[in-house]
Ligand binder design. Structure first.
Ligand SMILES: Nc1nc2c(ncn2[C@@H]2O[C@H](COP(=O)(O)OP(=O)(O)OP(=O)(O)O)[C@@H](O)[C@H]2O)c(=O)[nH]1
Ligand SMILES: [Mg+2]
Length: 373
């Protein structure tokens, strides 16, 4: 299973561009034919024109079919996004139209080339070539709706996040405006990628950091895990289920400062719902914007110095220092004043390492179950 890089999908040509390209190539191919005998020359030219036009067009069509990910090979998360963004059935139908088109024009080429081969009438050769061009154009025109659909689907798909399901993925959830995206930026190396979900107009952030050559992806969930369950439709529920399948761990971000606009009670309700929805996943609750909350100054200075000196050790989760809220016992962080983030990173690495090591059925990358038996 590999991540789909939607951004790499090439622009899909419109029908007139396809025909233009095919017929231009054909004209050039005919120019390169030399034969002193007129009948032989025209026959070769007409055959080359048809063959070259069809080869050029067909190759372009099939290239697109090959480059668009086949739904059978996709991860559940990508499938849920495609279904929500453009729809499976249309995705399959429009790609198969390109295959159909390629087959049809090849058959036209064969029929008309056969006719040209069998005749010695130069006029008839020209006429048969023109007829082939007419039929090819009409088939391509019948495919134009699919080409247009694929072009606009490409624009939509290009904006979706691409997650590599073979690497760990940290899912960040929480009410709107609590600081999910800020947390992703703070934990990421470089700038997070900006993408979108088909469920919301909000932009999502997809960041990553590396530790011991392993890439930890961090994905945002605006509009997906930020409101009560009954407000979500079936497609969103599918995406959430897929997210559970993809994610290694969930960070649930809360804002107790009151700044985000969602009450603490509502945030707690959302947390209970997210726990219920993502039952199989470990959920770590974080309270962010701790800089806006009254924290004992001495305790904060002490924590900051402990965190600065913190070094990564395997399996020593209990030795990682956290700043905790005394009444909720949740871990507190601030992306604005940059404290608590290093501890969280080490906590994530350790927890993910544990879940991976604890799975004796997990095979090395690139192995398949049947290879091991
Ligand atoms: N003081 C303070 N402000 C913060 C902190 N983290 C985020 N904010 C601010 O909170 C606001 C919301 O942050 P975002 O990261 O956009 O929140 P979000 O959860 O991604 O919001 P949506 O994507 O709209 O759901 C922004 O104005 C941030 O600057 C923090 O640790 N301290
Ligand atoms: Mg956000």
């Amino acid at each position: 299973m590999t991540a789909v890089n939607w951004k790499k999908l090439a622009t899909v040509p419109f029908s007139d561009e396809l025909l233009d390209k095919g017929f231009t190539k054909a004209r050039k191919a005919a120019e390169n034919v030399y034969d002193p005998n007129k009948t032989f020359r025209v026959r070769k030219q007409m055959i080359r024109m048809i063959q070259s036009a069809v080869d050029t067009i067909s190759e372009q069509l099939l290239n697109h079919v090959r480059n668009w990910p086949s739904l059978e090979n996709l991860d559940l998360f990508d499938l849920a996004l495609i279904e929500a963004a453009v729809g499976f059935d249309e995705y399959k139908h429009n790609l198969s139209m390109l295959q159909w088109c390629s087959k049809q024009i090849r058959s036209v080429a064969k029929q008309n080339i056969d006719k040209i081969t069998k005749t010695a009438n130069v006029e008839f050769m020209h006429k048969t070539r023109r007829e082939a061009y007419g039929r090819i154009s009409s088939i391509i025109n019948q495919t134009s709706k699919s080409l247009e659909w694929l072009n606009s689907a490409r624009e939509t798909l290009k904006k979706l996040p691409s997650i590599d399901a073979s690497n760990p993925c940290i899912v960040v959830a929480g009410a709107p405006n609590v600081g999910k995206s800020a947390l992703i930026s703070a934990l990421s190396t470089g700038n997070p990628e900006v993408a979108s979900y088909p469920f919301t107009t909000k932009q999502l952030h997809l960041g990553h950091f590396e530790h011991r050559r392993l890439k930890y992806q961090i994905v945002d969930t605006p509009g997906l895990l930020d409101r009560p369950m009954q407000e979500r439709n079936q497609i969103e529920m599918q995406a959430i289920a897929a997210l559970e399948h993809t994610g290694s761990i969930v960070l649930f971000v809360m804002d107790l400062s009151g700044e985000c606009g969602t009450s603490i009670d509502e945030q707690n309700n959302l947390l209970s719902e997210v726990k219920e929805l993502l039952k199989q996943k470990e959920i770590v609750v974080l309270e962010t914007k701790a800089d806006l909350i009254n924290i004992d100054e001495k305790e904060l200075i002490e924590f900051k110095s402990l965190e600065t000196n913190l070094e990564y050790k395997d399996y020593e989760i209990n030795k990682i220092k956290f700043l905790r809220n005394k009444s909720t016992n949740n871990i507190m962080i601030s992306t604005k004043e940059n404290f608590g983030l290093k501890s969280i990173k080490y906590l994530l690495i350790n927890k993910i390492k544990k879940t991976q090591d604890n799975n004796p059925l997990e095979l090395p990358k690139g192995w398949y179950r049947s290879d091991a038996e």
